[in-house]
Design a protein around this ligand. Sequence first.
Ligand SMILES: [Zn+2]
Length: 176
Amino acid sequence: MSQLVTRAVALSALLAAACAERPASDFHVHGAGVSVRTSAPFAHREDLPARIEAAISAALVYWGGSWDDLSGAQITLLDGPYVPCPGSSHAVGCYDGDLRISASDPGAGTLSCVEQTVLVHEVGHAVIGDRHHTDPRWMDFEAVLEALSGQSGYTAGGETDCPLFTSVWRHSPDAP
Ligand SMILES: [Zn+2]
């Protein structure tokens, strides 16, 4: 009996550890959960769910995907500059079935809108895989830039603009 109890305790400890890596969703966009784990001002504005939905929609159009590609996935926004990612110590974004996205840039600091993050890039991995970035679309993104430009950004002081740059989403093919 006591051995059973010990095993039950050990199992629940294991489950707790697993849950710690996948935080609870604050809201859902279609079938994907979104968890806000950053203090970046844009992530605490009322328009965040709509902005994430629009950014992902533009990315899905670009990549030829659908919301099914993200069904059951967890999207976590984190304070950066780097996010936990298997096999990478300097990732600003990660896709391993779930998406982890940094809300800050290693050079520029805290970002002012969700469109400035690498979300559009990581959605690409969710749709086409291609972890070595061999598809030519990894070096384009002009259509996404056009679709998402011109929206407001946010700082601690209030509203600002939110310039976008394709260089944030681009990635040249990995060396073979
Ligand atoms: Zn990538």
